[in-house]
Structures are given as structure tokens and as C-alpha cells.
Design a protein around this ligand. Structure first.
Ligand SMILES: CC(C)(COP(=O)(O)OP(=O)(O)OC[C@H]1O[C@@H](n2cnc3c(N)ncnc32)[C@H](O)[C@@H]1O)[C@@H](O)C(=O)NCCC(=O)NCCS
Ligand SMILES: Nc1ncnc2c1ncn2[C@@H]1O[C@H](COP(=O)(O)OP(=O)(O)OP(=O)(O)O)[C@@H](O)[C@H]1O
Length: 200
């Protein structure tokens, strides 16, 4: 039986940094952010529902959604965020499940889900064990502002739209502290791989 592992964290806490390390080691990774992009491509059902609700102003270049505008709307308005979530999340869950089944049918021993909103959306039932990629609030804010070239206000709006990372700590099976260097993070990951006996 394959082991199903969930990696979570907050925006810019370092999930992609950790899943990148796992990908380099050959693990099967399913990234919710990537799937969430696939299910809103032009022609998809979720795309049509989003355009119906948010209006044609939300259509950007080449008919794809204007993600910047959609982000500005939903990270500053909880009701609009809930509408978007209610359209996108069911489609994401279905497609992630299909990808998991595909990996299992290929004979994979471990399948890793990278889901930023794992705890907010109460998706623990999808996975057997959870890893939280944690940083303190100041590091999270600084890394997010730097990576996305956000103002403090833009970054804070996004962080506030998620459960605080300190509240996620007691929900996780294990925590990777990503406040230090990337090398220190990789050492913590290596211990988990050994202790949980995760094979590709
Ligand atoms: C609002 C959108 C268009 C902004 O797109 P953009 O390319 O700028 O950001 P991206 O998708 O790469 O997300 C970056 C990070 O934002 C955070 N985030 C995204 N959506 C949400 C949300 N609904 N609530 C809280 N945090 C969110 C996550 O930490 C994510 O890793 C996009 O994030 C989106 O469609 N969100 C709704 C779907 C969703 O919940 N995705 C998260 C995983 S399922
Ligand atoms: N230990 C570290 N030291 C310094 N910078 C780091 C470290 N870990 C991650 N970063 C940087 O912080 C930023 C956020 O990391 P990353 O993109 O991995 O987070 P994430 O959780 O995947 O974010 P999101 O889900 O929002 O895309 C990136 O610019 C990354 O290069």
C-alpha cells in the first residue's frame, strides 16, 4: 500500500522549497496550486462559473483568468473568497484524487500532496500523515514581500486569509522549521524520510 503524505504550511512558508527537494529525490508530488490553475483554464467548468460570478473583467490575456485581479478581489473580501473557493476546491479535490490514483496504479510507494489549505479545508482525511512547513510570522511576511514584490499591505491581506501558522502546529504530525537555512530544512526532511520509511 502506498503511503499518502500531506505537506502544508502557509503562503511563502517554504512548501515548494521542501517539495522541490522531494521531487529531486524522485517522489510523486501533487501540487494543489498547480491543479488549481489547471481547473480554471478556459473551457473548464470552473472557469465559466468564475466568469459568470466575477464578470468579464476577470478575463485577462489569451482568455485566461486575470489572476492578479482575482487575487486583489478575493484576498480583500472574505465573501468573494468563499465564492471562489466553493467553485474551485471541489474540482481541485477531484483532480488531485485522479492524479493520486494514477500514481498508485503506477506502483508508487509514496504519494505526496502539497496543499496550502489542508487544515483550513479540513482535508486531513485525504492523507495518512501531515508535515507542516513552519516559519515565524516575521519571516513569512518578509519572504512573501520579497518573493512576490508585494507591499506590506498586500502581503498581510494574503497571510490573514489563512489560518495562522501557529494554530496549524498542533494539527500536524510533524513540523519542519524553515526559519533557518535551506540546508537545515533539508536535514529535517531527511530525518522524516528515514523515520517514516518513505520510499519512492
Ligand atoms: C486567487 C488566485 C487566482 C491568485 O493566483 P496567484 O497566481 O496570484 O497565486 P497562487 O495561485 O500561486 O497562490 C499562491 C498562494 O496563495 C494562497 N492562496 C491561494 N488561494 C487561497 C485562498 N482561497 N485562501 C487562502 N489562501 C490562498 C496559497 O498559500 C497559495 O499557495 C489563486 O490563488 C486562486 O485561484 N485561488 C483559489 C484556489 C485556491 O484555494 N488555491 C489554493 C490551493 S487549492
Ligand atoms: N530556508 C530558507 N531560507 C531563505 N529563503 C527561503 C527559505 N525557504 C524558502 N525561502 C524562500 O522563501 C520564498 C517562499 O518559499 P516557497 O516558495 O518554497 O514557499 P511556499 O510555501 O511554496 O509558497 P506558496 O505556497 O505561497 O507558493 C521563496 O522565495 C523561497 O526561495
Amino acid at each position: 500500500m502506498a503511503q499518502i503524505i500531506g505537506i502544508t504550511g502557509g503562503i511563502a512558508s517554504g512548501k515548494s522549497t521542501v517539495t522541490g527537494m522531494l521531487r529531486n529525490r524522485g517522489y510523486a508530488i501533487i501540487d494543489a496550486d498547480i491543479v488549481a490553475r489547471e481547473v480554471v483554464e478556459p473551457g473548464e467548468e470552473a472557469y465559466n462559473l468564475i466568469v459568470n460570478h466575477f464578470g468579464r473583467k476577470i478575463i485577462g490575456e489569451n482568455s485566461f483568468l486575470d489572476r492578479q485581479l482575482l487575487g486583489e478581489i478575493i484576498f480583500n473580501d472574505q465573501k468573494e473568497r468563499e465564492v471562489l473557493n466553493s467553485i474551485v476546491h471541489p474540482a481541485v479535490r477531484l483532480r488531485m484524487n485522479d492524479k493520486k490514483d494514477m500514481y498508485i496504479s503506477e506502483g508508487r510507494n509514496t504519494v505526496i500532496f502539497d496543499i496550502p489549505l489542508l487544515f483550513e479545508s479540513k482535508l486531513q482525511y485525504l492523507v495518512e500523515k501531515t508535515i507542516l512547513v513552519y516559519v515565524n510570522a516575521e519571516t513569512q511576511l518578509q519572504r512573501l514581500m520579497k518573493r512576490n514584490e508585494f507591499s506590506e499591505q498586500e502581503a498581510v491581506a494574503r497571510i490573514r486569509s489563512q489560518m495562522p501558522l501557529d494554530d496549524k502546529r498542533p494539527l500536524a504530525d510533524i513540523i519542519i522549521n524553515n526559519n533557518g537555512t535551506v540546508g537545515e530544512t533539508e536535514e529535517q526532511l531527511e530525518k522524516i524520510i528515514i523515520n517514516w520509511n518513505l520510499s519512492v
